[in-house]
Design a protein around this ligand. Sequence first.
Ligand code: SAH
Length: 389
Amino acid sequence: MTAAALPADSDLPAPGAGAPLRGLLPAELAAWVTAAGAPAYRAEQIFRWLHGQTVETVDQMVNVPPALRQALSDAHPLRPLTADVVQTARDGTRKLRWRTHDGRAIESVLIPDEDEERNRLTLCVSSQVGCALDCRFCATATLGFGRHLGADEIVEQIYRATALAGRRPTNLVFMGMGEPLHNYDNLLRALVLLEHPWGAAFSPRRITVSTAGLVSGIDKLAAAKSVAGQGSAPNLAISLNATTDEVRDRIMPINKRWPIAALLDAARRFPLSHGRRVTFEYVMLGGVNDSDADADRLPGLLRGIPSKVNLIPWNGFEGPEFVRPPAERIRTFQERLRAAGVAVYIRSPRGDDIDAACGQLAARPDVSAPQPPGNLTTIRVGPWPPTTT
Ligand code: SAH
């Protein structure tokens, strides 16, 4: 397949002069290559080096002429993500802290499947430095909004984590720091790059985008399904977390812009490929959203949406006044939903001993002194690889 034979990459905004190299789509690379007077096939070669081999410098592109490599990196620099700290939890979950070219700290989490037979390895990916949405129960919110991550910084998390793990993640979930749909253009660009057959060739069925409820973003993602390479949208997860607007307004300010009814309408409009379901995440907050009345309202809200519900016991961090409900309450809540025909699971906290569980990601630059590049701090809390491998 040549670059020219591919469908138009997308109607994404043009990357502009000096845009980071690993964020360029095949058609954009092809345009640069042609303008540089080189044959068009160089675009495919370069793309394969960036997203298949995931080279760290242009000098590793050994079948590309040195002058072209040099011109390329002058025009479009690579912005490396440096592994800063790797923490391993007792359950084998690993939290990876990266440092960006401008010294920001972000985190990804590698989560091996508890059921080793399935051999699944999930990577939880960040989309922003910090987050703008201010959900009251989330540690990332306490950082405030730093900046959007570029598409290059998003895909780089996956490529570097693959190298660290020694294997490719089977599933990607955009459930790390940030709100992916607030950074829509870079998210979509990253999805196109990750799904491209010249690169990592991830199936959209293996990718889940989680949102706190940006309805405009959900609709854009739905419309973009033909753009992201393989003709379907990624899986959608929605952090619902309440059954009334009164409570949701209080714990998730975004609800004032798009209340529950508008959010669920967007979920109903979202195109699902065969057998797919929308995942609803529901953080269990004791005395806030965990009552029998909540459990009894939820099935009605989800009616007509092929869906499953993940109950996430609240993971604590310093600051807010929430409590995790007792295990018994969570089980009762689950049972009531189940009795009403809802597919509902309790998500066991993974990596909570290293603050790697849902809602605990808050890479703070002051947690440790900046590390010189290449000087990797490994904090072992438990054995790695976990004894199960
Ligand atoms: N901004 C996106 C992506 C982050 S996903 C979103 O909100 O979906 C992070 C998930 O963890 C969300 O479902 C969120 O509701 C949940 N979460 C946030 N803080 C949490 C905490 N302290 N304990 C458990 N889950 C939490």
